[in-house]
Write a protein that binds this ligand. Structure first.
Ligand SMILES: [Zn+2]
Length: 312
């Protein structure tokens, strides 16, 4: 019911309000010409009155007309912005995501449209400019897991890990996560992920897997814990190190995938990982509200589509 109550917000009801909210997110310093990138507010005019469609601007630099959605996926999708805001809100409320089927029923778009919107939102949630993780005095937990349809009745079922997709995750305890779909988690693959994402001044915490032995020597320290989870709870190494944070991330991902999405094909796995990584890195525990997380996702949709050339 919380979701329904939230839909009382004008951005979910009124297209003009939804557009203004998108403008506020995408253009915090005022409109930017969609055609030439001009952002000089003295050279941009808002066109008002009945003869113009709402939200239309005129650019004195290139004499072009534009709105906030011109040239974006919002324009091409023909889905009202109110519904984009609803979908972005739904995927960003709670930890588990939301299925395309639920979007389809709740916001009244076709299933195909709901599926398209969800994938676009997942792409929007990808961090395209990641900053290095960890650092001096900080620890990074690294671990790998396998994901796939393990039902014995599934087509092409084979025992073992070979038929499943590999996932490698780096997690800062109480901080950010970064997650990668890999063909196979080899020592070379995990090293490449570690050294390009986590500062070597960090302390590396992993299980006793041999995958991390060599790369561990490149880090300030490498501390291990006995493998995985047992019925008494987590293992804790003699210096207090654990891999709880990364195991919790995998646990939540797998439970939610099973509960919300049932199964996703390997070709889409990275998108789903982006979604879980995004919610983790913008969670309420780090001071991000549902509304801010939703706005960030909406912002990302456009951010992935910016193609205009910079001015001067
Ligand atoms: Zn222009």
């Amino acid at each position: 019911m919380a979701k329904i109550a939230k839909f009382q917000d004008p951005i979910f009801q009124d297209e003009a309000k939804a557009r203004e909210a998108l403008e506020a997110v995408l253009w915090p310093d005022g409109p930017i010409c969609r055609h030439c990138g001009n952002s000089d507010q003295d050279r941009l005019t808002k066109l008002q009155g009945k003869s113009h469609r709402p939200g239309l601007y005129y650019c004195n630099e290139c004499t072009g007309h534009f709105t906030v959605t011109v040239g974006t996926v919002f324009e091409r999708s023909k889905v009202p912005l109110t519904k984009w805001w609803m979908a972005a809100h739904m995927i960003n409320s709670g930890k588990n995501g939301v299925s395309a089927h639920e979007i389809h029923r709740t916001i009244a778009v076709s299933y195909k449209t709901a599926w398209f919107m969800m994938h676009r939102l997942r792409e929007a949630m990808a961090d395209l400019a990641p900053t290095p993780m960890g650092g001096k005095g900080k620890s990074i937990q690294a671990d790998e897991t396998y994901y796939g349809n393990s039902s014995k009745r599934a087509k092409g079922y084979r025992k073992g890990h070979s038929h499943k997709a590999g996932i490698v995750a780096l997690v800062e305890p109480k901080g950010r996560a970064r997650v990668f779909h890999v063909k196979s988690a080899t020592a070379k693959v995990v090293r490449n992920i570690l050294v390009t994402n986590a500062r070597r001044t960090s302390e590396l915490h992993t299980d006793e897997s041999k995958l991390y032995t060599e790369v561990g020597r490149e880090y300030a320290a490498h501390k291990t814990v006995e493998h995985g989870w047992n019925q008494r709870g987590y293992y804790v190494g003699k210096d207090g190190q654990t891999t709880n944070a990364v195991e919790n991330f995998f646990g939540n991902f797998k439970r939610s995938m099973k509960g919300t999405y049932r199964f996703c094909g390997e070709q889409h796995l990275q998108r789903y990982l982006n979604e879980f990584e995004f919610r983790h890195n913008n969670r309420s525990g780090l001071g991000v509200t549902d509304g801010e997380r939703t706005a960030l996702a909406m912002k990302g949709i456009e951010g992935k589509r910016l193609t205009y050339r910079p001015t001067n």
